[in-house]
Design a protein around this ligand. Structure first.
Ligand code: KIV
Ligand code: NA
Length: 274
């Protein structure tokens, strides 16, 4: 079944959890789509997990289009959401609409996601008015990591929590169809989820949000190094990749691969000569 912003919103109404996972390329998108996951996010986290950057601020529109188009090609049923990268929606409302449009046209996104609340409401409104569904993103918004002084939980003070709650309401009002809540205390995430009609999708936001999202390399054990507290490993694909490739290398060195079944036979004439 094709997932749309309407089916996601129906899921919230029915109390059926929404599942979202990141995707960055064609072959992985194809596998992920076959799992029945509701939503594939071409996250700007690709800067970190696919391109090896320290954070997401170096990611460009071209990066997002390049990876987004590959994911869209591999996806049939999941809703494809593509992140708007750092500074692609801040300079002006006009630039925000143009860049959101590029993600739809050139990356074949079915929705875009952007970070922030009160500071981006005009952009959200204008993008939605042009017919492009917008997913919001509040709490730890990684494009602001340098302003936060590191990757840390947001909304821990009453003042911060009230701001995030107000931003959530304002994003709904501006026409966002759903909202990612990243690294906020679970009580705040529950309050927002109860208060707004659009689905909340949590990452490090407790169990009460309407859905969950993870970076697939984190979920499948493919990313070594720092593991945030909110990550659970549902697979150990990193080990499987290393074991598989070590077996391949061993087989090559031992002349056990390729065998005759993996080799091409020449024509009769060629077979006589060689
Ligand atoms: O870029 C990303 O992967 C994200 C999710 C973690 C929400 O924005
Ligand atoms: Na992101």
């Amino acid at each position: 079944m094709k997932n749309t912003i309407v089916t996601l919103q129906d899921q919230k109404r029915r109390g059926e959890k929404i599942t979202m996972i990141t995707a960055y390329d064609y072959s992985m998108a194809k596998l992920l789509d076959q799992t029945g996951v509701n939503c594939l996010l071409v996250g700007d986290s690709l800067g970190m997990v696919m391109l090896g950057y320290e954070d997401t601020v170096s990611v460009t529109m071209e990066d997002m289009i390049h990876h987004g188009a590959a994911v869209a090609k591999g996806t049939r049923d999941a809703l494809v959401v593509v992140d708007m990268p750092f500074l692609s929606y801040h300079i002006s409302v006009e630039e925000a609409v143009r860049n959101a449009g590029r993600l739809m046209r050139e990356a074949h996104a079915q929705a875009v996601k952007l970070e922030g609340g009160s500071s981006v409401l005009n952009q959200v409104r204008a993008i939605v008015n042009s017919g492009i569904p917008v997913m919001g993103h509040l709490g730890l918004t990684p494009q602001s990591v340098h302003a936060f002084g590191g990757f840390k939980v947001q909304g821990n003070t009453v003042e911060q929590a009230e701001q995030i709650l107000a931003d959530a309401n304002a994003l709904e009002e501006a026409g966002a169809f759903a909202l990612v809540l990243e690294c906020v205390p679970r009580g705040l995430a529950k309050r927002i989820t109860d208060e707004i009609a659009i689905p909340t999708i949590g990452i490090g936001a407790g169990v009460d949000t309407d859905g969950q999202v993870l970076v697939y390399q984190d979920a499948l054990g493919m990313f070594e190094g720092f593991q945030p507290k909110f990550v659970k490993r549902f697979g150990d694909i990193g080990t499987q990749i290393k074991n598989g490739i070590m077996d391949y290398c061993d087989a090559v060195k031992a002349n056990e691969f390729p065998t005759i079944e993996h080799s091409f036979k020449g024509s009769q004439e060629l077979e006589r000569l060689y």
